[in-house]
Design a protein. Structure first.
Length: 167
């Protein structure tokens, strides 16, 4: 298996596994612990560093960026599928529970019942399994693009530029 596919699969599997850790521990229901979900960004960046280091020899900056995005795209497919399983099979009450946790957090901040209902109503159209999974997949690719732009600079740094084409 190529380093591109291997790294993408690893990112997707580990990010999905972390999603399930958040679910089985119930941390997603606690607004004070929601920030822990973003550990997936760290996982993706660390694995992109590792994967792009493997593919750096002989690659141009642009090739490295494309490779990183491809790694992230492979991961995004796994993240999308994992998210669908998470919200439809493993935790079918996920959106209701997140809504209730949000409601409690807004009450604790002193929001009025009308303000809370307005905020919940505004969020509700985005709270579907498909939209949630798509947002996770897109975020995986965007994170991969941004990280790859920086990581590719790191691995290209200090290497001589390829010779200019002569005509």
């Amino acid at each position: 298996m190529s380093p591109t596919i291997r790294t993408g699969v690893l990112i997707g599997v580990l990010c999905t596994a972390w999603m399930f850790v958040m679910g089985f521990t119930g941390w997603y229901k606690r607004p004070t612990l929601n920030f822990l979900f973003f550990i997936v960004i760290l996982v993706e960046v660390v694995l992109l560093l590792r994967g792009l280091k493997q593919t750096a020899p002989g690659s141009t900056y642009g090739q490295q960026v494309v490779t990183g995005v491809l790694m992230s795209a492979v991961a995004a497919v796994i993240v999308f599928c994992g998210s669908m399983v998470f919200t439809t099979v493993a935790f079918p009450d996920y959106f209701r529970e997140v809504e209730e946790a949000g409601r409690q957090a807004m009450q604790a901040r002193g929001m009025t019942p009308d303000q809370i209902e307005a905020a919940i109503a505004a969020q509700r159209p985005m709270q579907t399994s498909v939209i949630n999974a798509a947002i996770g997949a897109v975020a995986t690719v965007v994170t991969g693009l941004l990280a790859s732009l920086l990581i590719a600079m790191r691995y290209r740094k200090g290497r001589p530029a390829p010779p200019a084409a002569t005509t």
